[in-house]
Write a protein that binds this ligand. Structure first.
Ligand code: FMN
Length: 168
């Protein structure tokens, strides 16, 4: 049986986009897995505020051809890997805004029992990776998703993070 994995991300400057592509690469190495990469739409206020920055423009250009995530992508998936940069220790407003469009799916229980993973990055070492993941988990639990972390047993490199981050 094939497992459908949706990797969906928001990325302002490209770090999470790069991580999302790494998640796709890893998932595609697992047999009988079909993977979709989808981007979470930008917010107009952010586009206005940031579009004069070269780094922003370059990062947005690099992901322009990635399709925007839809509710049908969420329905299709058996598991969803969510990627968001840390924003003051929380998920990005873009990801929250997208999650806040899922009321109709929540009402019908359409995301219940699907697996959920979350990946993030921060600018500083203790910049809130774990708080971002734990707080992003709250709406996903409301939707009935089942959180899947990265256990030490399967990822022994977590034991030697050496200041580069990483958390189960
Ligand atoms: C508004 C804003 C808030 C941020 N808050 C944090 C933070 O709380 N801690 C931190 O270490 N980095 C913070 N950062 C940095 C980003 O989370 C970090 O650089 C991330 O890797 C960027 O991912 P991206 O390139 O995919 O957008 C913040 C950046 C912005 C623009």
């Amino acid at each position: 049986m094939t497992t459908n994995l949706l990797v969906t991300f928001y990325s302002t400057y490209g770090h999470i986009h790069r991580m999302a592509r790494a998640v796709v690469e890893g998932a595609e190495s697992v047999s009988d897995t079909t993977v979709r990469l989808r981007r979470i739409p930008e917010l107009e206020a952010a586009r206005k505020a940031l579009s004069a920055q070269d780094a922003y423009a370059r990062a947005q250009q690099a992901q322009a051809e990635t399709l925007e995530v839809t509710h049908d992508d969420l329905r299709w998936a058996d598991g969803i890997a969510w990627g968001t940069p840390t924003r003051y220790g929380n998920m990005s407003a873009q990801m929250k805004q997208f999650i806040d469009t899922t009321g109709s799916l929540w009402l019908k229980g359409e995301l219940e029992d699907k697996a959920a993973g979350i990946f993030t990055s921060t600018a500083s070492i203790h910049g809130g990776q774990e708080t971002t993941i734990l707080t992003a988990l709250v709406p996903l639990i409301h939707l009935g998703m089942v959180f899947v972390g990265t256990p030490y047993g399967q990822n022994p490199q977590l034991l030697v993070t050496d200041g580069i981050g990483g958390s189960p």
